[in-house]
Write a protein that binds this ligand. Sequence first.
Ligand code: NAD
Length: 247
Amino acid sequence: MEKRKTALVTGGSRGIGKEIALHLAQKGMNIVFSYISNDEAAQKTVQEIEEKGVKALAVKADVGSFEESEKLINQTVEEMGSIDVLVNNAGIIRDNLILRMKEEEFDEVIRINLKGVFNCIKHASKIMMKQKSGKIINISSIIGLMGNIGQINYAAAKAGIFGITKSAAKELALRGITVNAIAPGFIETEMTSTLSDKHKEAILKAIPLGRIGNSKEVASLVGFLSSEEASYITGQIICVDGGMAMA
Ligand code: NAD
């Protein structure tokens, strides 16, 4: 029997990350996911993943920390034996208009949403290079392509992920590793639940498909990009946005 693959999903205890973890588990992968708070929610997610007949492990780790992300990757390999898929999903928002934005609001978003992606790629690629295989999928956002009022920090980080994706794709290609980015549009999660009805209405008008997306629609693309069916795809940015960012 072929050995089970292992996927590490950062920020996997809720939202899009949780849906990705469940989707990859459904495809037969063992799952490690990181989270930052709420041990109870993390353990509930572990149970839901295990119900799919695979192994699951939740690790409390801040991806913005170089040391913690190294420990996260090492623990993944120690417990599961490999790291075949890395999904850099962890992310935060600290929205504010430029004049009101505090230095720490800018720095924290860059630290977690951008440096966190570098940290995990750096540590995971060392292992993937030895394996001569690996799939890295970075969850960016259409805000990285389009910009947005009140999100100068978030847009900078998410645009930075495109540069990371293309650079890593070029550097790691001959080592058997593909690197791609997904840019979701507006997806119904706790992150977007705080939007006012007025704001939601305005967003809906800008979405050609006329509705907000759901996490499953992002997870299914992760499933494809992490499979052998996507073996000739690397360095790409793929929007899952109902057409919102189309040129
Ligand atoms: P969410 O807030 O529901 O989940 C974010 C996850 O990241 C949580 O599990 C949280 O614990 C984790 N996290 C936060 N800081 C962390 C840190 N320092 N270290 C490790 N984990 C950390 O958000 P979501 O809506 O599920 O978003 C997931 C990803 O998708 C994010 O990168 C987000 O920017 C991106 N995205 C979301 C939308 C959307 O509409 N929801 C749109 C575009 C992109």
